[in-house]
Ligand binder design. Structure first.
Ligand code: THU
Length: 125
C-alpha cells in the first residue's frame, strides 16, 4: 500500500479522536504484514494522564486482535508532528524497525522515517 493511501486511513481515524481537552486530533493507521489496516486515534480523559495517543491505540488494538507483524504506520496531525517519546518506545518494541509516514492536514507532503532513526539507543535493546 502506498503512503498516500495509508495516510487516508489515518485521516479517517483522526475524525474519531476524542480530543476535547487539547483540541489536537491525531489519527494513526497501522498496516499489518497481512495487508490489514488497524486504525487508532487519540483518546483523552478528564483524568489527563490517562489519555492515550493514536499510535499506541493502533498498536495495542492490533496486538489485541492477534496481529504481531507490521509493515508501516501512518500518522496524521494538524502540524505534521512526529510520535511522542512513549509511542516511540512502543513502536520500537513491537515492530521490526517499521517505516513511519508522517502526514499533515492541508499539506500533501508525506515524510518517511524509520523508528530506529527516531529512537537511537533504545531501552531494551
Ligand atoms: N498525541 C498523540 O496522539 N500522539 C503523539 O505522538 C503525541 C500526542 C495526542 C495526545 C493528546 O491527546 C494530544 O495529542 C495532545 O498532546
Amino acid at each position: 500500500m502506498n503512503p498516500k493511501k495509508l495516510i487516508t486511513y489515518a485521516k479517517n481515524a483522526q475524525n474519531y479522536a476524542k480530543a476535547k481537552y487539547s483540541n489536537y486530533p491525531v489519527g494513526a493507521a497501522l498496516l499489518t504484514k497481512d495487508g490489514v489496516v488497524v486504525k487508532g486515534c487519540n483518546i483523552e480523559s478528564k483524568a489527563y494522564p490517562t489519555t492515550l495517543c493514536a499510535e499506541r491505540v493502533a498498536i495495542f488494538s492490533a496486538i489485541a486482535q492477534g496481529f504481531n507483524n507490521f509493515k508501516a504506520l501512518a500518522l496524521i496531525t494538524n502540524d505534521g508532528a512526529f510520535p511522542c517519546g512513549s509511542c516511540r518506545q512502543i513502536i520500537y518494541e513491537y515492530t521490526d524497525n517499521i517505516l513511519i509516514y508522517i502526514g499533515q492536514n492541508n499539506d500533501k507532503k508525506i515524510l518517511e522515517v524509520h523508528i530506529n532513526d527516531l529512537l537511537p539507543n533504545p531501552f531494551g535493546k
